[in-house]
Design a protein around this ligand. Structure first.
Ligand code: BDR
Ligand code: CA
Length: 311
């Protein structure tokens, strides 16, 4: 199995991504979860990550708290989508499993230095603050990272937090700029692909019908955060963004995209956090990211339901 670190701001869709990883031990060896401020402040994302591990019966997973806010800007959160706890939906008990004492950035650096070079994949599902801090603090880790597979950005689908920007990149564009310029192999799940992975009614019913506590929680999380897209956009369901990252690690053949140049806008007040993606290769800037655009949505949800049913 592939060794990974999930860097996350749960978030209902982050929670489903963590569950998918925990349910897939043949393909994924989860070395630890690092939390970051994003959808809600750090104290809540750190609590939520542990709630999810305990729900899966995995209080042994190591969870490390990371950055309390972006590198240079005040934190912008998304309670309007995820609720005041970040994980609104089912009533789940407060976690009792321990939080690791080591700061998240140190865990990322130590792990990359201690594991064989090229064996650890980073999976950021929130703002890129922790990853950028690790790269800045320890530039020697960059060539040791197998790859970074992240959810963030957009091209045709452009913005979900401003007209130009996707939330994860918008919250910490300076961090995103560092990651996209790092030279590390990047695979990116932008809104263009996640907006094709919609939680339609029969797909949510498949989780509910499992009759397990985990299946029920996934259905209730989905019910909660879908109301935003369904009411506001009249969409048949909500995009299940972050699980695309983990699904790609397990079944990359479900996805397709282009290896292109992507630069991050950090200056403009109008477009800050925009992922300027050279989809048509109109510049001679070197490609730096595999930008995913398509997913076999039925195959994705089949994988997800098969795996979640194991928990
Ligand atoms: C991203 O922002 C968060 O609200 C979701 O968890 C996802 O990571 C989508 O723009
Ligand atoms: Ca997220």
């Amino acid at each position: 199995p592939r060794k990974i670190i999930i860097d996350t701001d749960p978030g209902q869709d982050d929670a489903v991504a963590i569950l998918l990883a925990l349910a897939s031990p043949e393909e994924i060896d989860l070395l630890g979860i690092t939390t970051v401020a994003g959808n809600v402040p750090l104290a809540l994302t750190t609590k939520n990550a542990r709630i999810v591990c305990e729900l899966a019966g995995r209080s042994d997973v190591k969870v490390f708290a990371g950055a309390e806010g972006p590198l240079e800007r005040p934190l912008r959160t998304a309670e309007h989508v995820h609720g005041d706890t970040g994980l609104n939906g089912p009533a789940l008990p407060d976690p009792v499993m321990p939080l690791q004492p080591m700061p998240a950035v140190d865990f990322i650096v130590e792990t990359l230095r201690n594991e064989p070079s090229g064996s650890v994949t980073l999976c950021p599902l929130g703002p890129l603050t922790n990853i950028a801090m690790a790269l800045q603090k320890a530039p020697d880790i960059a060539p040791r990272i197998a790859e970074i597979v992240l959810m963030g950005g957009a091209y045709f689908e452009v913005g979900n937090i401003t007209p130009a920007a996707e939330f994860n990149i918008y919250v910490d564009p300076e961090a995103a700029k560092i990651v996209f310029a790092s030279g590390v192999k990047l695979t990116v799940m932008p809104l263009d692909v996640t907006h094709k992975a919609l939680t339609t009614e029969p797909r949510v019913a498949a989780f509910r019908d499992m009759g397990t506590p985990v299946g029920r929680a996934v259905a209730e999380w989905t019910d909660f955060f879908e109301r935003f897209d369904m009411e506001k956009y009249d969409s048949p369901g909500a995009p299940l963004h972050d699980p695309c990252v983990i699904a790609w690690l397990i079944r990359p053949e479900l996805f397709s995209g282009r290896f292109i140049n992507v630069e991050i806008e950090t200056e403009s007040a109008l477009t800050r956090g925009m992922t300027v993606a050279d989809w048509w290769r109109v510049t001679d800037r070197a490609p730096n990211a595999m930008f995913i655009g398509e997913v076999d949505a039925d195959g994705f949800f089949k994988l997800l339901t098969d795996r979640i049913a194991r928990l």
